[in-house]
Design a protein around this ligand. Structure first.
Ligand code: KIV
Ligand code: NA
Length: 264
C-alpha cells in the first residue's frame, strides 16, 4: 500500500517509522521491496555518490535527477527529496520555485530542508502552496562551515532550549515531520513528547518516533568514516571486493567464462 503523508504522521506513537536513503533506481527498489516506510533522496549523495567532502556542492538539477530515478524504483514508500544548499535560503520565492520543481519533476511526496525558526516562514510558504515539508534540526550538514565539525549538537542548556523552540516552530509552520540529527537522546525525547508530528532520529537516541540511516552506511558500502550512530547491518564493500577478486582470478586463469556462459 502506498504510504501517504497523513498515514506517515498517523504512525506516531503507534508504530516506529523507518526511513533509508536511496539515490538511484536499484537502491530504491531494494529499500522498497524490503518494506521501508519512507525513502529519502538525501543531499548526502554529494558525499556517497559524488565523492565531495560535504553536502554543499550538490545542485538542484542533480537532486532532481536522482529524485526522478529513485521514484521509478518505488511502489509503496513515501518519497522525500532534500532541498540542496542554496536552493531555498535566498528568499521565500526561491524556496517555492525550487521545491515546486522538485515536486513536479521527480513526483516525490515531500521535500526536506534544514533549519529551525529562521525557516519557519519558508516551511509555511511551501506547505500552504501544497508541498509537504520535513524539517531537519541538530547537526545540519549544510551549515558545516559555521560549526566547523560534525560533532554532536545542542550540548549546552541554551542550545538545547533553542533546538526545542526550533522544533515547535517547524511544527507550527506546518512541517509534517522533523529529522533530528546527532543530538543528546534526552533532548530528542523531550522534542518527541512535545511535538504532535513524528521525529525521525539519526544519532538522536531511542526515543524518536522513527529512524533514518544512509543506505551506504548501514550496508557497509561507504567506509571513508563511520559516525558513532551508524550500525552496519552488512559489509557489502568487503563482499564486493572479494567477489571482484574472484572474478579477476578466474578470468586470469581462464576459469571464466566457461561453455556454460558462451553462445554456440
Ligand atoms: O542527506 C541525508 O542523507 C540526510 C539524512 C542523514 C537525514 O539528510
Ligand atoms: Na540531507
Amino acid at each position: 500500500m502506498k504510504m501517504t503523508v497523513p498515514k506517515f504522521v498517523g504512525m506516531k506513537s503507534k508504530e516506529k517509522i523507518t526511513m533509508i536513503t536511496a539515490y538511484d533506481y536499484t537502491q530504491a527498489k531494494i529499500a522498497d521491496e524490503a518494506g521501508v516506510d519512507s525513502i529519502l533522496v538525501g543531499d548526502s549523495l554529494s558525499m556517497v555518490m559524488q565523492g565531495n567532502n560535504s553536502t554543499l556542492p550538490v545542485s538542484l538539477e542533480e537532486m532532481i535527477y536522482h529524485g526522478k530515478i529513485v521514484k521509478k524504483g518505488i511502489n509503496n514508500a513515501l518519497l522525500i527529496v532534500d532541498m540542496p544548499f542554496m536552493s531555498y535560503q535566498a528568499s521565500l520565492e526561491q524556496a517555492l520555485v525550487s521545491a515546486g520543481r522538485i515536486l513536479k519533476e521527480t513526483l516525490c511526496d515531500a521535500v526536506k530542508l534544514e533549519g529551525g525558526q529562521e525557516f519557519a516562514q519558508t516551511v509555511n510558504k511551501l506547505v500552504t502552496s501544497g508541498i509537504p515539508v520535513v524539517g531537519h534540526l541538530g547537526l545540519t550538514p549544510q551549515s558545516i562551515n559555521i560549526f566547523g565539525s560534525y560533532a554532536v549538537r545542542a550540548k549546552t542548556k541554551e542550545q538545547a532550549e533553542k533546538l526545542i523552540q526550533d522544533a515547535l516552530s517547524l511544527e507550527q509552520a506546518g512541517a509534517f515531520a522533523v529529522v533530528l540529527e546527532a543530538i543528546p537522546l534526552g533532548i530528542a525525547r523531550e522534542i518527541t513528547q512535545r511535538l504532535k508530528i513524528p521525529t525521525i532520529g539519526i544519532g538522536a537516541g531511542l526515543h524518536c518516533d522513527g529512524q533514518v540511516l544512509v543506505f551506504h552506511d548501514m550496508l557497509g558500502l561507504f567506509d571513508d568514516f563511520k559516525p558513532k550512530f551508524v550500525k552496519r547491518y552488512a559489509h557489502l564493500k568487503q563482499d564486493a571486493i572479494s567477489s571482484i577478486k574472484d572474478y579477476i582470478k578466474e578470468v586470469k586463469n581462464s576459469e571464466f567464462p566457461t561453455l556454460e556462459y558462451s553462445y554456440e
